[in-house]
Write a protein that binds this ligand. Structure first.
Ligand SMILES: Cc1cc2nc3c(=O)[nH]c(=O)nc-3n(C[C@H](O)[C@H](O)[C@H](O)COP(=O)(O)OP(=O)(O)OC[C@H]3O[C@@H](n4cnc5c(N)ncnc54)[C@H](O)[C@@H]3O)c2cc1C
Length: 319
């Protein structure tokens, strides 16, 4: 269905940007893993993105969203249907007093630097998170120092019925690395944050110190998707993985980082299947040692339910 020539023509006119066929997705992810998207859309701006997504929906073609691909595992065989990237379409920012509104494709680190320059504080918990504003909202990204939801006021969404609507942060079901936008069909177009006045130099020093700590403790020099598991209540996934003897464990070119056990790094030619087999091995060992079931933080582009099934199957195959 996806490649009906008439639909392709309409999409090409709508995106006013790039429409790529069978485009490998690995370069669009920080893990550098993944096969091609049948269609990859890089719309010119928000209106083009909305128009293109409406066409896809009307034609019943699935449409998945790609931010910076920094929390994403893409199947080796790629994905059928369309993938739409929020960069460059939604890569804008607008300050007004203590509020800032940013497009979903705006890089979080650039937003933090913009805020620091203006002496605005409230988002430093996101220091070092290499994603987009949209990805940060969907994942409620953050650290012990603060999460996205803490400063978020509202988002603008493209809803599954094709309408654009604003939703207050309170309506988004935020929890630790959770929101009700995960695996939903709404697309975040923009987000509005409320910040507080602070001292620009102090904010900048704080960001620099956080970046230094991250480089010292995380394998930032190798491709990864950040933390691969969420922390179980009252514990740290990295501590459990390390205590279960999994640091350095390897399947193909996928390796549990010797520097930080909650990171899986790509040593060069890792495939999604290697990452899944490695995750299955780690999960089994942690469960056997501590009776704790680790849950993936990383998202599978075709959807998390399918991912959990694949992981379970890989665990069963290994045992
Ligand atoms: C080195 C490294 C360190 C990291 N450290 C942290 C950390 O400290 N804390 C933390 O929370 N995370 C961390 N991460 C993970 C990641 O950066 C965050 O989850 C980030 O918020 C993902 O944003 P993204 O734009 O890359 O999203 P993507 O990975 O592109 O997408 C993530 C999910 O959100 C969906 N999505 C993306 N944009 C939209 C949109 N506009 N509308 C609807 N759905 C959308 C995607 O379909 C996918 O399901 C780290 C990652 C790396 C590589």
């Amino acid at each position: 269905v996806a490649l009906d020539p008439q639909l392709l023509g309409e999409l090409r006119r709508a995106v006013r940007g790039e429409l790529l066929r069978d485009e490998p997705l690995a370069p669009y992810t920080t893990l550098r893993i993944g096969g091609p998207a049948e269609l990859l859309l890089l719309p010119a701006d928000e209106a083009a993105l909305v128009a293109a997504c409406r066409l896809l929906r009307a034609a019943a073609v699935s449409c998945r969203v790609l931010g910076n691909g920094s929390n994403l595992l893409v199947p080796d065989e790629g994905v059928a249907g369309a993938v739409v990237r929020t960069q460059p379409a939604c890569q804008w920012v607008r300050f007004g007093g203590e509020e800032v509104e940013a497009g979903a494709g705006y890089p979080v680190q650039r937003l933090l630097n913009d805020c620091a320059r203006r002496g605005l504080t409230g988002l430093e918990g996101l220091s070092g998170v290499p994603g987009t504003v949209g990805g940060a909202v969907v994942m409620n990204a953050g650290t012990a120092a603060g999460e996205t939801a803490g400063a978020l006021r509202a988002v603008r969404l493209l809803l599954p019925d094709g309408t654009v609507a604003e939703r207050a942060a309170e309506a988004l079901g935020f929890g630790y690395r959770r929101s009700n936008l995960q695996d939903g069909e709404a697309i975040v177009l923009a987000a509005r944050f409320r910040l507080r006045p602070g001292d620009a130099a102090a904010i900048r020093r704080d960001l620099a110190e956080r970046a230094r700590r991250r480089r010292a403790t995380q394998p930032t020099e190798l491709p990864s998707a950040g933390s691969i598991w969420t922390n179980p209540p009252g514990d740290h996934a990295g501590r459990l993985v390390e205590a279960a003897g999994c640091k350095g464990l390897r399947v193909g070119d996928a390796q549990v980082s010797p520097k930080h056990a909650n990171f899986i790094v790509n040593l060069g030619a890792a495939r999604a299947a290697d990452v899944i087999a490695l995750m299955a091995a780690v999960r089994r060992r942690v469960r056997a040692a501590f009776g704790v079931q680790l849950e993936p933080e990383v998202r599978w582009l075709p959807g998390q339910k399918a991912f959990l099934r694949l992981l379970a199957a890989a665990e069963a195959a290994a045992g």
